[in-house]
Design a protein around this ligand. Structure first.
Ligand SMILES: [Zn+2]
Length: 145
């Protein structure tokens, strides 16, 4: 009887545990850069204007060097979305970075500089993995993106 209770309790926890869906965006990606671990998804939805993974990785290394950071891995997951994004305070934003899941969302809506927003969100990621300030007033946000 005690064993049955333990099994049922375990099943209940598995059934009730929230799925790790990465804020509803999942972890799938279309391409990965093996040197940095950067992963991209939905870039092809941008058509001819889409930066390539090679472009994104080169920018990522450039802003890493500019900031004087040493860690580039693990790379972030960068996802292009065609939805309006809001920050944690409810303000509309063009990009959003989730520390948990190391995921950057980049909105295509009214966004005339996709790579600028990607660099901004990746600076949040780099600041986090290099234990630096993630405040927008930190020098790397002024001088490197
Ligand atoms: Zn920011």
């Amino acid at each position: 009887m005690k064993r049955l209770f333990l099994i049922l309790t375990c099943l209940l926890f598995v059934a009730c545990a929230p799925p790790d869906d990465n804020h509803g965006y999942g972890y799938e990606y279309d391409e990965i850069d093996n040197d940095t671990g950067l992963r991209i998804r939905n870039f092809k939805t941008l058509g001819d204007t889409a930066p390539t993974l090679k472009d994104v990785a080169a920018q990522y290394l450039a802003i890493t060097n500019c900031a004087g950071f040493s860690k580039v891995t693990p790379g972030a997951l960068v996802i292009i979305v065609d939805e309006i994004l809001y920050d944690e305070n409810g303000y509309r934003v063009y990009g959003r970075y989730y520390y948990e899941g190391a995921t950057a969302l980049i909105s295509t809506l009214d966004n005339d500089c996709i790579i600028c927003v990607i660099n901004h969100e990746l600076m949040h990621h780099l600041s986090a993995i290099n234990d630096a300030s993630n405040d927008h007033s930190a020098p790397q946000f002024s001088y490197c993106i």
